[in-house]
Design a protein around this ligand. Structure first.
Ligand SMILES: [Zn+2]
Ligand SMILES: [Zn+2]
Length: 109
């Protein structure tokens, strides 16, 4: 069993508007761009006090896409989105928890 959070070894985007991340434990995650943008964990998208999500995937542009994924330390990525949003820090742990692959099948949190 893994006693630590897996780390990404590869990241790419696909023609069908998905981000794919390959992890060092062999898992291959995928996230539809709009889903990932609408799962942003920042204070503008999730109410800090109540923990309730404010921005959902259906609130963001249909064809939103990540322009950049900036590594934050060794634990997260900060995504810069085509709609100008860039305050979300997606930790590896969070990214794993919202994996949309056929095995994980996450829905927006
Ligand atoms: Zn956000
Ligand atoms: Zn998965």
């Amino acid at each position: 069993m893994a006693d630590r959070t897996p780390v990404p070894v590869d990241m790419k985007t696909t023609e069908d508007q998905k981000l794919k991340i390959t992890w060092d434990d062999g898992h291959e995650s995928e996230y539809h761009f709009r889903f990932l943008r609408g799962s942003c964990p920042c204070a503008e998208c999730v109410d800090e006090i109540t923990g309730k999500r404010i921005v959902y995937p259906n609130h963001v542009p249909e064809h939103v896409r990540p322009m950049e994924a900036i590594p934050v330390g060794r634990y997260a990525y900060q995504f810069v989105w085509s709609d100008g949003h860039n305050t979300g820090i997606y930790t590896y742990e969070y990214l794993r928890s919202i994996c949309q692959c056929s095995k994980c099948g996450a829905t927006p949190k």
